[in-house]
Ligand binder design. Structure first.
Ligand code: ATR
Length: 275
C-alpha cells in the first residue's frame, strides 16, 4: 500500500495540495497517496491522532489549525520554532515532528523563481495574522535593509514586532510596526500582502508613492488578481501572486517526508495552465 499523507484543515475542499503532491510523486517516482482531511473545528487533535493511528505518515496543516498543530506535536524543527506555528507534521520513531515550510516557500519563490534579492531591500509586510507570523523570521534571515509591518489594527503589528524583537538586528535598518496612515513618504522595493483583505475584494489603505522604482508587489493569495495587485500594477510595480509560494512550501514538505526535493517550475506551470 502507498504511504499515506493528507492536508488537514477546515475548510479544506479548495486545497490544491493533493494535486501538487500527486505531481511531485509522479515526477520523483515516489509511491504516496495524498488526500484532503476535514477536521471539525473542535476536534483537530482527535482527527490528527486518528490519522496517524490508522497508519498515516505525514500531514500538511492549513487554516485555522497551524497554531494548534504547534501545540500538539512532540517536537518542533526548523522554521516552526520561530513561527510558533506548524504546517507540516512528520511521524518519526513514534514521535510527531512539527515543521513550518511557509517562510521557506515565500523566500524560495521570491529568490529562485522571481529572481528578487531580499538582502539589502526595504520590505513592507502587510498583515499581522498567522500568515505574517509564519514568514517574518525567514524574511529577516535574508537580511533586508529594513522590515516594516503594517496592520489595520496597529496593536497586532506592534505585538508581532515585539515577539520577533530578538531577531530585529538581522535587518540593519531595523524591524518596526507602523499603521497604514504612517506610511506616507516611505518607499519599499518589496511589498508583501499577507492580509486576507483580498478575500473580500478589499485592500489595505496604501499611499500612492509607496513603491520604489523597480519594486515588486507580492500577494500571498493566488487564483485571482487582488485589489492590491491591481493597485500595484497601476502604480508601476511588478506583480506576483502566491502560487509559487504554495508550490515551494509543498516541495519543502515533500523533502521533509521523502528526502527528495522535487522540481517546482513544471508544477507551477501546470497549475497556472489549469487555472
Ligand atoms: P491569517 O492567518 O490569514 O493571517 P488572520 O489571523 O485572520 O488570518 O489575519 C488576517 C490579516 O488580514 C490581519 O492582519 C487583518 O488585519 P486586522 O489584524 O486588523 O484584523 C488583515 N485584514 C483582513 N481584512 C483586511 C482589510 N479589509 N484591510 C486591511 N487588512 C485586513
Amino acid at each position: 500500500m502507498s504511504d499515506r499523507y493528507a492536508v488537514v484543515g477546515n475548510p479544506v475542499s479548495h486545497s490544491k495540495s493533493p494535486l501538487i503532491h500527486a505531481a511531485f510523486a509522479r515526477q520523483t517516482g515516489q509511491d504516496i497517496a495524498y488526500d484532503r482531511l476535514l477536521a471539525p473545528l473542535e476536534d483537530f487533535e482527535g482527527t490528527v491522532r486518528r490519522f496517524f493511528r490508522e497508519g498515516g505518515h505525514g500531514l500538511n496543516v492549513t487554516v485555522p489549525f497551524k497554531r494548534e498543530a504547534w501545540d500538539l506535536v512532540d517536537r518542533c524543527e526548523g522554521g516552526a520554532l520561530a513561527a510558533e506555528a506548524v504546517n507540516t507534521i512528520k511521524l518519526e520513531g513514534g514521535e510527531l515532528l512539527g515543521y513550518n515550510t511557509d517562510g521557506i516557500g515565500l523566500v524560495s519563490d521570491l529568490e529562485q523563481n522571481l529572481g528578487i534579492a531580499i538582502a539589502g531591500r526595504r520590505v513592507l509586510l502587510m498583515g499581522a495574522g498567522g500568515a505574517s507570523h509564519g514568514v517574518l523570521h525567514p524574511l529577516l534571515e535574508r537580511r533586508p535593509d529594513s522590515l516594516v509591518v503594517a496592520n489595520r489594527t496597529p496593536g497586532r503589528a506592534e505585538a508581532l514586532v515585539r515577539h520577533f524583537q530578538r531577531y530585529a538586528a538581522l535587518a540593519k535598518g531595523g524591524l518596526a510596526a507602523r499603521p497604514y496612515s504612517d506610511l506616507s513618504g516611505l518607499q519599499f522595493e518589496l511589498v508583501i500582502n499577507a492580509t486576507s483583505a483580498g478575500l473580500e475584494g478589499a485592500m489595505p489603505p496604501l499611499p500612492d508613492g509607496l513603491f520604489a522604482p523597480g519594486a515588486l508587489a507580492y500577494d500571498m493569495m493566488y487564483g485571482r488578481e487582488t485589489a492590491f495587485l491591481a493597485f500595484a500594477r497601476a502604480h508601476g510595480a511588478a506583480c506576483a501572486d502566491g502560487l509559487g509560494m504554495l508550490v515551494e512550501q509543498a516541495a519543502e514538505s515533500f523533502r521533509i517526508w521523502r528526502g527528495i526535493r522535487p522540481l517546482t517550475a513544471p508544477v507551477i506551470e501546470q497549475l497556472r495552465g489549469d487555472a
